[in-house]
Write a protein that binds this ligand. Structure first.
Ligand code: ZN
Length: 160
């Protein structure tokens, strides 16, 4: 038996000011999207902002539903909108901002497994890494240089 070690390296920024100015702007858009979240059941609002190669910004927020599984996360709302409306454009970055009505969220909120898989599809499709930036309402920012860093051994069309 052999063992395989898979390493992931993430970058940590102490605050928004440490980020490049375009990413600071992207976080403003993620916060703007987050404030439009429809999250009456979890009280956990999430906003995602995507920057395309053209400079266009796409926003998404979580949209919950009384039939819980019918709702959708912010990340997939944003990435599916991008795929539906800008299918030829490559995605450069995604910024994710989270906020709870019940407590101050001071740690980054990473995308759930389903969102990681959905974003991975677009990373494979465009054959170019998508940088993922994550932040709570306050506190440090976590950055993955590629979605693949958040989803080792991702399933993709090469397995079909
Ligand atoms: Zn999700």
């Amino acid at each position: 038996m052999k063992k395989k070690v898979i390493k992931t390296t993430l970058s940590i920024y102490k605050n928004l000011e440490e980020l490049p100015s375009n990413i600071q702007q992207l976080f403003k858009k993620a916060v703007e999207a987050r404030d439009k979240a429809y999250a009456p059941y979890s009280n956990y609002a999430v906003g995602a902002a995507i920057e395309l190669e053209s400079g266009k910004i796409i926003q998404g927020s979580n949209q919950e539903n009384a039939a819980y599984p019918s709702g959708l996360c912010a990340e997939r709302t944003a990435i599916f909108y991008t795929g539906a409306n800008h299918p030829e454009e490559k995605i450069k970055h995604m910024a994710i901002s989270v906020k709870s009505k019940d407590k101050i969220v001071d740690t980054p909120g990473p995308p759930c497994g389903a969102c990681r898989q959905a974003i991975a599809e677009y990373e494979f499709k465009q054959n170019k890494k998508i940088e993922i930036y994550m932040r709570g309402e306050t506190g440090e920012i976590l950055k993955a240089d590629s979605l693949a860093d958040l989803l080792p051994l991702a399933f993709n069309n090469s397995f079909l």
